[in-house]
Design a binder for this molecule. Structure first.
Ligand SMILES: Cc1ncc(COP(=O)(O)O)c(C=O)c1O
Length: 495
């Protein structure tokens, strides 16, 4: 049954357009969903339609998990904010969170967003090393605060903005082996990409500058779920430390068990950072973020304060999330279900010339789409069409990568093997129809498009050029999805 909304879909859309900044983007910009409630790995729109959520990594243990909700409600009725006072929730949460990390990472700071966390991480690095220069990756996203925009090249690259690199920022190539500077056939790609970082350190020195910090995600999410090659971080961390810098791991997306088996993405690479930033998943959607570091680095910062950071409500929720992860064995589930997802995509890969690469760890999976495997030209528009058509099939996927051609799956960890199979099967059907259409207009090698049948994808949108007419997609979406349209119309009549 649809929930009775305060205002109709059209009114919500109108108010959003009128009163919320245009730069705050929506998923499915031309026909956005109005989500009114969510449970576990499912979202429900204003007509009561259910969608399988493959992108909400912040709702880590499942939307509105009953344990997290009840702990939150109880704490909210007792005490929400007690800045500057002792509180059990904050102390016990810090202790519990630290128990999931390597021994050296033993002091916590709490803030309310990943951006605040990364900003604090940069401050900690500078206060400890007395150096302000930072090395970041060229497809990185680290947040929306002033300094973080400067070390998030993907933000301005994707938008095609002219950007003046700040003199304290040094940008290294993203260590990717598909469509990267060094390929998968290169046996030593980890070392080769690490050499690029070493070159930056040396060049900075020649210019009278010194690197204070290297920051990277353990699995680079905005770059399109890039898993850096073996030994990359081992070499980079050594070069940075030998030159007096510290290493920051941004675990905002990859942390808290998403990579499966372990709590932290850096464990996939067998390294221990000096500073870790943790965000999105730890509050299961409630604003909570943490920076964890060594005692020496923490002590180097003389003063820090945050009104909301570490408030008893946020910390009670954080504790409940950790309890659910343990009780429901979500680390091993992330490993197993994630493997099923990745294996499934690898299995369908030979049948789909447009699948260039399948990669990821645990419940972070990326499928990179190309116009064909030989020239590896990014299939940007295909990715967009595919996401819209998956939405018609009631599955929500994301798109990432500098060319916006990587379909990403970062579902809540309660995602099941059946969910994984359904996603792979539906993806394969949808992509087959797109490939068939592309082949029929000569955009792909016909022989390669061995199965599938043309459906409703408009031919003119699969061009590989940035000329997509997204309104076609919205019309297509609305026309084809009679169910939702009718339900919405019926519902709004009552409004
Ligand atoms: C890797 C990474 N770091 C930092 C951030 C910023 O987190 P927030 O949006 O909570 O400020 C994000 C957000 O998407 C992120 O993906």
């Amino acid at each position: 049954m649809p929930e009775k909304s305060e205002v109709s879909y059209r009114q919500t859309l109108q108010m959003r357009k009128s009163f919320v900044g245009k730069s705050c983007r929506l998923h499915f910009e031309v026909s956005p969903l109005k989500i009114v409630r969510a449970s576990r790995q499912y979202l429900y729109d204003d007509t009561g339609q259910e969608y399988l959520d493959c992108i909400n990594n912040a709702s880590h243990v499942g939307h509105c998990h009953p344990h997290v909700v009840s702990v939150g409600q109880e704490q909210m009725s007792k005490l929400t904010c007690s800045y500057g006072f002792l509180n059990d929730q904050t102390a016990m949460y810090a202790k519990h969170l630290i128990s999931t990390l390597p021994e050296s990472l033993c002091v916590c700071f709490f803030v309310s967003s990943g951006s605040e966390g990364n900003d604090l991480a940069l401050r900690l690095a500078a206060s400890y090393t007395k150096k302000h220069d930072v090395i970041c990756l060229d497809e990185a996203y680290h947040g929306n605060l002033g300094n973080l925009v400067e070390i998030s090249p993907i933000t301005y690259k994707r938008l095609g903005l002219k950007h003046q690199l700040k003199e304290w920022v040094h940008v290294a190539p993203t260590p990717k082996t598909f469509r990267g500077k060094f390929g998968a056939d290169e046996p030593n790609s980890g070392q080769l990409y690490a050499n690029e970082v070493l070159k930056l350190i040396q060049k900075a020195k020649q210019n009278g500058r010194e690197i204070g910090a290297f920051i990277s995600e353990s699995i680079i999410s905005a770059g399109g779920i890039v898993v850096p090659p073996e030994n990359y971080f081992t070499h980079v961390y050594r070069y940075i430390r030998e030159n007096g810098g510290v290493c920051i791991a941004d675990e905002v997306q990859s942390g808290l068990g998403r990579c499966g088996e372990n709590y932290w993405g850096f464990q996939v690479h067998n390294v221990v950072p000096d500073i870790v930033t943790i965000g999105k998943p730890i509050g299961n959607g409630y604003p909570l973020s943490a920076v964890v570091t060594t005692k020496d680095i923490a002590d180097s910062l003389s003063i820090f304060s945050s009104t909301f950071g570490g408030n008893p409500l946020a910390c009670a929720i954080g504790r409940a999330v950790l309890e659910v992860i343990e009780n429901e064995k979500l680390l091993s589930s992330a490993k197993n279900v994630g493997k099923c997802l990745k294996d499934g995509f690898n299995e369908i890969r030979p049948k789909h010339p447009m699948i260039g690469d399948v990669r990821g760890v645990g419940m972070m999976v990326g499928i990179e789409l190309v116009m064909d495997r030989e020239n590896q030209k990014p299939a940007t528009e295909t990715a967009e069409i595919l996401a819209y058509r998956m939405k018609e099939k009631k599955i929500i996927v994301g798109i990432e990568g500098p060319d916006k051609n990587v379909i990403v799956l970062l579902p809540p960890l309660c995602f099941t093997i059946d969910n994984a199979r359904f996603v792979v099967q539906t993806f394969s059907e949808v992509l087959a129809s797109i490939e068939s259409e592309a082949a029929s207009v000569g955009l792909m090698n016909n022989k390669e498009a061995v199965w599938g049948h043309a459906e409703s994808v408009p031919m003119d949108v699969i061009t590989g050029q940035h000329s997509i007419n997204v309104s076609n997609l919205s019309d297509m979406d609305e026309d084809n999805d009679h169910d939702t349209v009718t339900k919405r119309a019926r519902y709004e009549e009552v409004d």
